[in-house]
Ligand binder design. Structure first.
Ligand code: FMN
Length: 348
């Protein structure tokens, strides 16, 4: 575990100010499509009660047509702070959807300008806005006018390595009224491959006055500290590091506040958490929840030897009872000392 440099601790001690909103944590849980539903966020928040969390991205145009909130936009009235993330390229749809988001309880509205998926970029949304800064500005300006909560943007550094446009793009968004920028330090072309290019976060931080949140490759407390030191960012956002590991945001937050590392969860604690996640998805979404739970269960069972078979079986469960029996069986074997590989080499 690294030492927490006193200068860094002091810099990060005040609350994160997103426009008029003060957030008591500098560690954020990213929006993750198919993952960050209400059930998952509840688990993350147990260990990181003050952190900003995001819904999965919501299609603004779909919302305006249907006029009905999709499940992925549902927010628990007790979960705060919470941001609802929207995508589309039409300012008027985005503005109307943003108003619906605020009525649902969003503390901020986040605009997705980073999604690399073809289905979205072909229609002008997500990361394709990096190539259309005028529309990106218009979206921010229109949404800012439509809602009273802060409007933020999550984007990438550019379309490709030959087209890194973030310095100009970020300034335009700030001038249009964005109150915070989260930067996933990869290009659209990189997708989720290669390393995040944190050096661009440092450069963006130099040209903006609004908070800049660093995203990309924050898989551990060490990575968070290194990234905050190297970039001067105002906070970090965790993403894939939380898949099957809803403890990460809380671990980083605790370290940044105290300089102390929390003991990582034991294998049993992780599997108990997996069980709670499975039961939560079942009660919230029924059979669809079980289908979604399969991938989560496989993530929880990753990273320790002897778990291959468990992972395989968990990724094929048909009912909540099957999943709970499997998990309880392994928990009992660990507690009885008959599953030594897992107990000894549990993922940290
Ligand atoms: C399964 C998955 C779903 C994602 N969904 C979203 C999303 O809905 N909105 C968004 O802005 N980014 C989304 N992202 C991108 C992440 O929020 C994050 O920017 C990216 O994974 C980089 O961080 P990492 O290297 O720490 O994973 C998604 C990424 C993954 C892997």
């Amino acid at each position: 575990m690294p030492l927490l440099p006193p200068k860094l601790q002091k810099r990060l001690a005040p609350p994160l100010k997103i426009g008029s909103l003060e957030v008591k944590s500098r560690v954020l849980q990213s929006p993750l499509s198919g993952v960050t539903d209400l059930v998952f966020r509840r688990l993350v928040r147990r260990y990181a009660p003050n952190s900003m969390m995001y819904t999965e991205m919501v299609n603004a145009a779909g919302l305006c047509h249907v006029k009905q909130l999709p499940r992925i936009m549902e927010v628990d009235p007790n979960e705060k702070p919470i941001s609802i993330q929207l995508f589309d390229c039409r300012p008027d749809f985005m503005a109307e959807a943003a108003q619906m988001a605020v009525r649902e309880g969003a503390d901020t509205v986040d605009i997705n300008m980073g999604c690399p998926v073809n289905k979205i970029t072909k229609k002008g949304g997500g990361s394709s806005l990096l190539r259309d800064p005028k529309t990106a500005e218009a979206i921010v300006r229109t949404v800012v006018q439509a809602v009273s909560v802060p409007v933020t943007v999550k984007t990438r550094i550019g379309w490709s390595d030959r087209e890194i446009t973030i310095l100009d793009f970020a300034k335009r968004l700030e001038d249009a009224g964005a109150q915070m920028l989260t930067l996933h330090a990869r290009t659209r072309e990189q997708g989720y491959h290669g390393s995040a290019q944190w050096e661009w976060i440092a450069r963006v931080k130099e040209v903006l006055s609004i908070p800049v949140i660093a995203n990309g490759d924050i898989f551990s407390v060490e990575a968070a500290v290194n990234c905050l030191e190297q970039t001067g960012a105002d906070g970090v956002m965790c993403s894939r590091g939380t898949l099957g590991y809803p403890f990460l945001v809380g671990e980083i937050d605790y370290f940044l506040k105290t300089g102390q590392a929390i003991a990582p969860p034991t294998a049993v604690e992780r599997l108990e958490c997996a069980k709670e996640h499975l039961q939560g998805l079942w009660s919230y979404k029924g059979d669809r929840g079980i289908r979604q739970a399969r991938k989560h269960m496989a993530w929880y069972a990753k990273g320790f030897t002897g778990a291959g078979e468990l992972r395989d079986r968990l990724s094929r469960i048909e009912t909540v009872v099957q999943g709970v029996e499997l998990l309880d069986g392994v928990i009992a074997r660990i507690q009885a000392g008959t599953f030594p590989e897992m107990a000894l080499s549990c993922l940290m």
